[in-house]
Design a protein around this ligand. Structure first.
Ligand code: UDP
Length: 240
């Protein structure tokens, strides 16, 4: 309904995989630089931006578990990976002249503030970008669920979910099925009933219970973060 209205406060969830660029592992500074430029533009436009970044370019707990590691310890490795992504983004945002704070759910005083939601909100109000690292600090959760929880706690209007290499939600995987059909809009209950691979069920259920809209879009297409912030009809909008 409020299409075309610029959002005031958003939670941006960035794909960790995208941070790796073509390399697959680690961080590609060119990619992070490009993302930072786009975030800087929307911040200068007056939108308050909080960020959660995935960790798939370093470790996924479930994958390490399949290779014999203890799940909880693997998950902590996954969370630490998200901190490296957070520091990389902070660096490029600073270079764009945007003040940025990283807050982590696992305390590490030398590199980041602890997660303090009220302080995070004050940073946002001052025009600083706040990046939430280390997920929720709890094994068995995902950064998607973290993004929803943080969005709710800081009262973001929408969760903007930037994906790597896919421009929205499809009825099947567009990378393997050429006949896959994209949805422009979906209800939470459809995502759950059709088991669509947007985010894990914990994250979707939390959105549904609290009525937090999600826009899923292609992260690395130039200008897309600004389009999503302006609430343009890109990707897929998931709501009630
Ligand atoms: N993780 C966790 N708890 C959290 C957030 C993340 O245990 O609150 C771990 C989990 O092992 C996950 C990894 O961190 O696989 C990387 O996070 P992400 O959600 O990005 O995984 P991906 O979506 O890339 O599979």
């Amino acid at each position: 309904a409020d299409e075309g209205t610029t959002r005031r406060r958003v939670l941006l969830k960035l794909s960790g995989e995208a941070f790796a660029g073509g390399g697959g592992l680690g961080v590609d500074p060119d990619v992070v630089h490009a993302i930072a430029r786009e975030i800087a533009t929307v911040v200068r436009g007056g939108t308050e931006v909080a960020v959660v970044i995935g960790g798939g370019n370093f470790f996924r707990g479930a994958e390490l578990q399949q290779r014999g590691m203890d799940r909880a310890r693997s998950d902590y490795m996954g969370m630490l990976g998200t901190v490296m992504n957070s520091l990389a983004l902070q660096d490029f945002l600073n270079k764009e002249g945007i003040e940025t704070r990283v807050q982590t759910a696992i305390t590490m005083g030398q590199v980041a503030e602890p997660y303090l939601p009220l302080r995070a909100v004050r940073h946002l109000e001052k025009g600083r970008v706040v990046i939430f690292g280390a997920g929720m600090g709890m094994p068995y959760f995902s950064t998607d669920t973290t993004a929803v929880q943080r969005a709710l706690e800081i009262h973001a209007e929408v969760l903007l979910m930037g994906k790597n290499g896919v421009d929205g939600v499809y009825d099947s995987d567009p990378r393997t099925n050429p006949d896959a059909v994209k949805f422009d809009a979906l209800e939470y209950s459809e995502v759950i009933a059709r088991d669509l691979k947007v985010a894990d069920l914990t994250a979707i259920t939390l959105c549904k219970d609290n009525n937090l809209p999600i826009r899923v879009f292609e992260l690395l297409r130039e200008g897309n973060i600004a389009r999503a912030v302006r609430n343009e009809k890109i990707g897929t909008l998931i709501s009630t």
